[in-house]
Design a binder for this molecule. Structure first.
Ligand code: SF4
Ligand code: SF4
Length: 344
């Protein structure tokens, strides 16, 4: 089994394209923030134009179509077909499992690389407490339906203090599901996951350790790598955020050394997912062109070097930092885009 940190590269790119912000669920950790991301459902012609905008590098770009709930978009299938026509390196749909508008009937397994399902608990009680009544059953049946039609499926489990205790049950749960990839994500103090922190209020409240969803460093390190290995041992590729850098690990900000684009329906384009709660976007799409925003924007933050690692982390979630009595950070926080990958 290969167990490696995935190095940042400017030769490959990730395009996270939020085609709408509407959703049928209201998960407790949802990062969608309509004030910052808009409320539009993008018309299919706009989606096509924006895909074309990123298409000169399509062969190097992994495209993720997401929302809100992307299957609520009646023309999602046309977006997939356009993206396939433009030859994006990979195409993934991130869904909450409800698979609206008969999406499985309108696209073929050859047109998408993955359908990715979000599940946030090994049991119905925990998942439904976080994601909403009935969602557990719907997700599992959605995976079965997609697999039966030959789609490759992946699963995303967003870890918080509400569900980390069930992560060790996931290796058994995924056994019969036929998924190919398993992504562990970490909860952040973002969007509606931090209801007391909207927009710029989060910056002002930065030294209040208000998030009761994040898990401690000890619990993260005790739990995540072991579960990841157990799942990978079943032949499933597992990816999880590195979060804490070890001595000797180099800190890098993806904003400086990688190409990630987070596109929202209000035409904002971010390069850092933690910046998405603020009007700090580095670009906007105007007349189907990517236009750089004036200073100050997220790119000014990418240039800052601090001993704690990620600048945005220090500003909005300082609760995961600790210091020696001399004031030196006990550990550095990696860029949230830095992943550890286990390949069976
Ligand atoms: S996390 Fe996803 S499924 Fe849940 S409310 Fe937000 S957009 Fe909807
Ligand atoms: S999470 Fe931190 S390190 Fe990563 S892109 Fe954003 S500011 Fe840079």
């Amino acid at each position: 089994m290969q167990n490696q940190t995935v190095a940042f590269s400017k030769d490959s790119s990730n395009l996270f394209f939020h085609i709408l912000t509407k959703c049928n669920l209201s998960c407790s950790h949802c990062y969608i923030n309509k004030e910052q991301h808009g409320e539009r459902t993008l018309p299919i012609d706009t989606i096509r134009d924006w895909l074309e905008l990123f298409s000169p590098k399509a062969a190097q770009t992994n495209l993720v179509l997401l929302g809100g709930e992307p299957t609520l978009h009646p023309d999602l299938h046309l977006a997939v077909k356009k993206a396939r026509h433009l030859a994006f390196k990979s195409i993934t749909i991130d869904t909450n499992g409800y698979l609206f508008h008969n999406i499985l009937e309108k696209i073929t397994p050859g047109e998408v690389d993955f359908i990715s399902f979000s599940l946030d608990g090994a049991t119905r009680d925990t998942n439904d407490m976080i994601r909403g009544e009935g969602s557990y059953k719907t997700i599992l049946s959605g995976i079965q339906r997609a697999r039966a039609k030959g789609f490759a499926c992946s699963m995303i489990y967003t870890v918080s203090d509400k569900n980390i205790h069930e992560l060790d049950q996931m290796p058994d749960l995924v056994k019969g599901l036929g998924i190919d990839r398993f992504f562990i994500q970490v909860i952040g103090m973002r969007g509606e996951s931090s209801p007391s922190l909207q927009g710029s209020q989060a910056l002002r409240a930065s030294n209040l350790q208000v998030s009761n969803l994040q898990v401690s460093k000890e619990l993260w390190l005790e739990t995540i790598p072991e579960v990841a290995e157990k799942i990978a041992a079943q032949g499933i590729i597992v990816t999880y955020p590195k979060v804490f850098l070890s001595n000797g690990d180099q800190f890098q900000c993806a904003g400086n050394v990688a190409k990630n684009y987070f596109v929202f329906p209000n035409a904002r384009v971010y390069q850092c997912p933690i910046c998405e709660d603020f009007p700090l976007h580095s670009h906007e799409i105007q007349d189907n062109k990517l236009v750089a925003m004036p200073q100050i924007n997220e790119t000014d933050l990418f240039k800052l070097t601090i001993p704690e690692g990620c600048v945005m982390n220090k500003m909005i979630q300082p609760g995961n930092l600790a210091y020696t009595k001399n004031g030196r950070p006990r550990h550095r926080i990696a860029c949230c885009m830095l992943k550890q990958e286990l390949i069976p």
